[in-house]
Design a protein around this ligand. Sequence first.
Ligand code: 7GP
Length: 829
Amino acid sequence: AGLAPDSKAERMFGLMDGFLRNDPLSLQKDILYHVEYTVARSRFSFDDFEAYQALAHSVRDRLIERWHDTQQYFKRKDPKRLYFLSLEFLMGRTLSNSITNLGIRNQYAEALNQLGFELEVVAEQEGDAALGNGGLARLSACQMDSLATLDFPAWGYGLRYQYGLFRQVILDGFQHEHPDYWLNFGNPWEIERIHVSYSVKFYGTVEEEVLNGEKNKIWVPGEMVEAVAYDNPIPGYGTRNTINLRLWAAKPSDQDDVESFNTGDYINSVINRQRAETISNVLYPDDRSYQGKELRLKQQYFFVSACIQDIIRRFKDTNNSFDVFTDKVALQLNDTHPALAIPEVMRVLVDEEHLGWNQAWGIVSKIFFLTSHTVQPEGSEKIPVDLMESLLPRHLEIIYDINFNFMEELKKHIGSDYDRLSRMSIVEEGPVKNIRVANLSVVCCYSVNGVSRIHLELLKTRVFKDFFEYWPEKFQFKTNGVTQRRWIVVSNPSLCALISKWLGTDAWIRDVDLLMGLREHAGNADLHQEWQMVRRVNKIRLAEYIEAMSGVKVSPDAMFDVQVKRIHEYKRQLLNLLGIIHRYDCIKNMKESDRRKVVPRVCIIGGKAAPGYEAAKKIIKLCHAVGEKINNDPDIGDLLKLVFIPDYNVSVAELVIPGSDLSQHISTAGHEASGTSNMKFLMNGCVLLATSDGSTIEIIEEIGEENMFIFGAKVHEVPALRKKHAEMKAPLQFARVVRMVRDGYFGFEDYFKPLCDAIDKQGDFYLLGHDFASYLEAQAAADKAYVDQEKWTRMSILSTAGSGRFSSDRTMADYAEKAWGIKPCKCPL
Ligand code: 7GP
């Protein structure tokens, strides 16, 4: 496959002894080969970590083989390609996922076994690749898996940060951030491409030259940095297709700063050059805003400049006119972070390829697709014009020109409504002039996508109201999805086997709508028994982990009630904590006879707070303070436990999600753009306790409100409730639990005071008080359902059965058809 059938190629193929073999004996030989020659340890003595390294290298060989074939095939077919640009990818671990997708998991397990190792133990040696913050970043990873599996000719592009998302360390209940130097132990999954490298320019001036009688701009940079490619193969499931995730790392440029070397200060010149590497050094750990940071802007431009050079080079390899560019290239912007790609393509086409402005704009306005991932107003990025002018002077001119044309066009349609014109302008006037990155993106992208149906409504009526009224057809939504390969097949193998057994096929792993077939067995007693067994084993595994991490012993008989996600005020971990305090308070005041009716609970919370986000950090501390009190209260015993799982990440999620009974998605309505962990819990048969927000609204339609616990204000009620708040009195039980925190029942009253003030003195923006009563009702309903194990198991099965619509396979097929205009390109086996 992939090789031209000439005699030289055949000889080469023969010399290599054909393709790599995947029988257990060949795999053993390969592993030992890598122990000896790659890891350079003795095959007579190597430990679990060395076994992991050798194993990873043998898998890598197989990935490379398929990667080559796929890329060769794409090149030959030259279809329209999708380039997925994202500054964040939360890939987690690679080993298990790869061997599952390659279909050689069992062979590897057997091979390892014969060498005296256990696959599960060896796989645990791998660290997470955490090059992202939260939902947006994990979504990118799920989507890559789907793009590969559906055979789409797609590439992902990202940054190879040396430091991924910080490690969360908890000391005395407080979050501390430790650097994640994830490359310390090497990274067998990437392929360094020293020959794929581009110069990226910064600073300097814009000059004019006359070319064929026309004026042409040239950007004379003040600094240059090299972008070097690192390729990460992404294998599809049940296909030979293996696509690429290309990550860029910054290296000093040879061409840069030759002069300073001539001044004789050799040591300082070397040190200065080395600074170039800081550009891709560290991931910004805040998922709220990145306002006005020079390094952040440098990262963004570094990223898009490398991507665009690479994409245009590949285009020119097979095409000789830009007339067909829009037939060959689609660029997906994962939120506005990579939006500088827009003026960058304009610059390359006009200044370097010498296309006329109108021709270039005709191309640019057709190739970009934006997905927005937030409804938070502070999420929209602004670049101070001063900063832009010094760092990217030519791009600023181009943005001004785009804006000028847009404003002229707009005036023709809306006349002299200057307020509206100034709201829609890409340039924000004021004491500090800013570029509004969101406006730039909306003006230039062919379509703007929301991540759930309600999110699109909010984009239309709030975030981009003016734009929607002007360009209604530009706005669409494609509800997010997650990959069932990682979230069921890899992380919950026993549930996977059970599903396949009852459906009579494992075809659902590629065709996830088939999960609906479980509905007809939802009342079957045999399935119930097997289902409960699988869930219990996962709970035991989670209980062991909890004890190891926190020292708290929890019983798998209790209901495991989980909220894991980034800590945000709008996600309302505080509502959860206040509910737990209420539960504790109730149990303490109960008669013995009533206590016997209490459903034992283990409340589990996990998530990271952005390092500068004070309120979120206080919530983490409150969780520990409350947990400390409850868990050590002999009066409570197993009736209630509260544990915080530190350093929540993808691999922790793979353990936590399959072991949960109930999972909470309780954002104030209108704040969660979509939510994606709700989908992962659903796939694993966890019952949701949730507000009608983001994608949960669509989940309710799919599996029915009777199979979930839904509570709280609805999206359209929230604005009025906020206005009315002053006249409303919070329910008594709510006032009581807030008082307990305020009065120091859990200690640290000064530290927690701002959390209480936000609720009872500053208007309770997130409506905890309003939603509290219905939250408690939903919790009580969950208790009641849990006691009836038959009812609960049915709800659990129906959750999994209804999760098919929330696969990223569906989302990617949707984008391919309705936005990007790409078609599958399946590499022959
Ligand atoms: C998240 C949204 O908060 C979440 O609702 C959504 O499910 C997810 O993206 C995927 O679409 N947003 C981010 O993670 C983020 O960093 C800033 O947003 C732009």
